[in-house]
Design a protein around this ligand. Structure first.
Ligand code: ADP
Length: 484
């Protein structure tokens, strides 16, 4: 594997503005899911290193918070420019460690960079309030202040954008950060730190601790009293552990957790548009996003047309290594992910579903799975109640609007949902009735820098992106001026 810019390929931790090895001297290998080959050996941080990073972030906080938002914005905009200049090189690293097609990786770099621009601008408008007083001799004023040291724990499926979405908002608001990237994909986070340093970000404002000891480092990040906020993107199970740990010191928390997105196609839908939306929502990133459609509910009267058109398109996908131009479905991240997909499919088939397209490992390599459509699925099957995180579309037939809303909502999760209908009243009605944080109406791609991303129920709390995302990194302070 060759990289365009080797300066971006870092294997040490970034703590207090220095590139350093873990105190234990331990390291771990990052490998390419498409080939199984080693990419780099990265230092393996533990609790001691994490404490050091938290101290560095704490030491940097007062000064960084005292900069004006416009001064911080200048650094963030320089960082953004460097991201865009190095988009190809960053995308190569991302594809190597994560597997997604290079075009999607470039898209992710641009998406990540868009958060820097958005929050550089947005933080200048962190307005407070003057509240009409209840007493003639006092005045009530509200100001917004940065929360303090923030911890970010990020997943492997968007190793650039998930970190940027948190870091851009936090840093723009005046917070400092310690980030723990996923063990499968630390290189993208470290590459971002190289560019942050180049952009002039002061030492300690952003620290990156690569590690395989996620539970130990996570425990320190969620219990150290110097950390004031924890922002996590990952599975609901880990989120619950982190929430419990963060309770011990009453930290603020943002949780972007798992989903089980329904994708509902009504009889009055534009079927071609629904197929286009389904392809984007289901198979992007080989089905490994938390907003991927996880269960398709298709009205009986359009079922055959929908699955016929969808399978024609699915057959056109080219599966293979992400670094080869033109491939549009890459590998799954690791062996465990592949096993999970195989087990869910086997269980659906045992329960009476059948494979329409795909259905097995792909010859491109050990971690590749064929883009798959499964029909004859029922809402209560395991494949329709577990997060698949792979390129399988389970299709369920429905007849009635109320029933499909009830089935769609019958999940502990509430992240994204999708509805296809040409009927305006139905679009409103169903959009409002779905118990999810985000609903795509005649749209399969909903993530955007300007819109609030987040879930309800066990899909989490807090919002990222948009004007709402800044609030999660700001405290409201009330100043009561007496003796007026
Ligand atoms: P996935 O199943 O998609 O890998 P995880 O929730 O396991 O999702 O991983 C998301 C992030 O959470 C990764 O950075 C991972 O290292 C981290 N993580 C996993 N377990 C823990 C834990 N016990 N404490 C803190 N972080 C953890």
């Amino acid at each position: 594997m060759t990289f365009e810019n080797l300066d971006l390929l870092k294997t040490q931790a970034f703590i207090g503005g220095d590139w350093i090895d873990a105190t234990s001297g331990a390291s771990f290998v990052v490998s390419n899911p498409a080939t199984g080959g080693a990419i780099a050996t990265v230092t393996n941080c533990d609790i001691e290193d994490t404490k050091k990073a938290i101290k560095a972030a704490d030491a940097a906080f007062k000064s960084w918070a005292s900069w004006t938002a416009a001064q911080r914005a200048q650094i963030l905009m320089r960082w953004r420019a460097l991201l865009l200049e190095n988009a190809q090189a960053l995308a190569e690293i991302l594809t190597a460690e994560m597997g997604k097609p290079i075009a999607e990786a470039i898209g992710e770099i641009n998406y990540g960079a868009s958060y820097l621009e958005w929050y550089a601008e947005e933080a200048k408008r962190a307005y407070g309030d003057v509240i009409p007083s209840t007493s003639p001799s006092s005045r009530a004023i509200v100001i917004k202040q940065p929360v303090g040291v923030c911890a970010a724990i990020t997943p492997w499926n968007f190793p650039n954008a998930m970190l940027m979405r948190k870091a851009a908002a936090a840093l723009a608001a005046g917070c400092t950060m310690v980030a723990k990237p996923a063990e499968d994909t630390p290189l993208s986070a470290l590459a971002l730190a190289v560019l942050a340093e180049k952009a002039g970000l002061p030492a300690g404002v952003l620290n990156i601790v690569p590690t395989t000891k996620a539970a130990d480092v996570g425990l320190e990040l969620t219990t150290n009293p110097l950390v004031r906020k924890v922002s996590f993107t990952g599975s609901t199970g880990v989120g619950k552990v982190l929430l419990q740990q963060a309770a011990s010191t009453v930290k603020k928390v943002s949780m972007e957790l798992g989903g089980n997105a329904p994708f509902i196609v009504f009889d009055d839908a534009d079927i071609d548009a629904a197929v286009t939306g389904a392809l984007a929502s289901k198979y992007r990133n080989a089905g490994q996003t938390c907003v991927c459609a996880n269960r398709f509910f298709v009205h009986r009267s359009v079922h055959d047309e929908f699955i016929s058109k969808l399978s024609d398109k699915v057959a056109e996908f080219t599966v293979g290594r992400g670094d080869i131009e033109g491939n549009n479905v890459g590998p799954l991240i690791n062996e465990a992910a592949l096993k999970k997909v195989e087990l869910l499919l086997a269980s659906a088939l045992r329960d009476g579903a059948s494979v329409l397209v795909g259905g097995k490992k792909h010859i491109a390599g050990a971690l590749f799975f064929e883009p798959t459509i499964v029909t004859g699925v029922r809402a209560e099957m395991e494949i329709a109640s577990s997060e698949i995180f792979g390129p399988i579309a389970p299709v369920i037939v429905f007849d009635d609007e109320d029933d499909v809303i009830a089935d769609a909502n019958n999940t502990p999760y509430g992240l994204a949902a999708y509805v296809y209908t040409q009927n305006l009243s139905r679009a409103w009605r169903v959009g409002e009735a779905l118990d999810f944080g985000m609903v795509g109406i005649n749209e399969g791609i909903i993530s955007s820098v300007s819109a609030p991303f987040g879930g309800v129920k066990q899909s989490g709390m807090g919002r990222e992106g948009s004007k709402y995302g800044l609030e999660d990194y700001l405290e409201v302070k009330y100043l009561c001026m007496g003796g007026v």
